[in-house]
Design a protein around this ligand. Structure first.
Ligand code: GLN
Length: 224
């Protein structure tokens, strides 16, 4: 039997708002259509996890309460996720998951939830102005249309040189000021786009391609 493409879905039971699990289903469908076997592991609280066993990692959005629980458990995986991201392997993180890749998430009462601190960005919660509605974003792979619903405003740290996923044509994206949506660092994509985002075929195909390339490298390394 051939080795399957392996995906890790982080905290699917707690972080899965507005259809985000559709992203994993769409990728599985695209990869299976190209003849690959696909195996998805759901990784949740207290589970063992080694990112280097995977060809793709998905981390969806979540409500504040669940996000707080996940943020604590997630610290166990800091090193393995940092090495995975820095090695340029593919990851997609949506909304709450995207926020947790950064330094911190500050709630409206000033409480700070620590993120993974892998990417130089932070999020500040503004309870009185939720960013809800349709989005239209110009990305390097073409335009995408999606849906956002968040109170967290994400900012890249000054002098971080982080690049966004794209330019906001409609909606808010990272925050109401920057006209930027999401993040693109190596092969990690962060985004506020639900719906799921990968109903946009251009970006779904681009991520499927990254996954196949990563899989081929992993399988080659195992055989050598
Ligand atoms: N709770 C976070 C916020 O409101 C994330 C929301 C989400 O993941 N949909 O910013």
């Amino acid at each position: 039997m051939t080795e399957p493409i392996k995906m890790a879905y982080l905290y699917e039971d707690l972080m899965n708002t507005y259809g985000d699990s559709g992203d994993v289903k769409i990728l599985r469908y695209l990869l299976q259509n190209q003849g690959y076997d696909v195996h998805v592991d759901n990784v949740s609280l207290n589970d063992d996890f080694n990112a280097k066993d995977y060809d793709f990692i998905f981390f969806g959005g979540g409500q504040d309460f669940e996000q707080t629980i996940v943020a604590k458990d997630l610290q166990r995986h800091h090193e393995t996720l940092r090495d995975y991201i820095e090695a340029g392997k593919p990851m997609l993180a949506i909304c709450g998951g995207y926020q947790l890749l950064g330094d911190y998430y500050m709630t409206s009462d000033g409480t700070t939830i620590n993120g993974l601190g892998i990417l130089p960005l932070h999020t500040v919660f503004k309870a009185d102005s939720r960013m809800v509605g349709n989005t239209h974003v110009k990305t390097p792979w073409g335009e995408i249309r999606s849906f956002e619903n968040h109170s967290g405003r994400t900012y890249f740290d000054k002098d971080s040189n982080l690049k966004p996923l794209g330019e906001v044509l409609e909606g808010y994206g990272n925050n109401p000021e920057d006209k930027q949506e999401g993040l693109h660092y190596k092969q990690t994509i962060g985004s506020y786009s639900h719906g799921p985002i990968l109903r946009n075929e251009n970006i779904a195909d681009a991520i499927a391609k990254m996954i196949i390339e990563n899989y081929q490298d992993r399988v080659k390394t195992v055989k050598e």
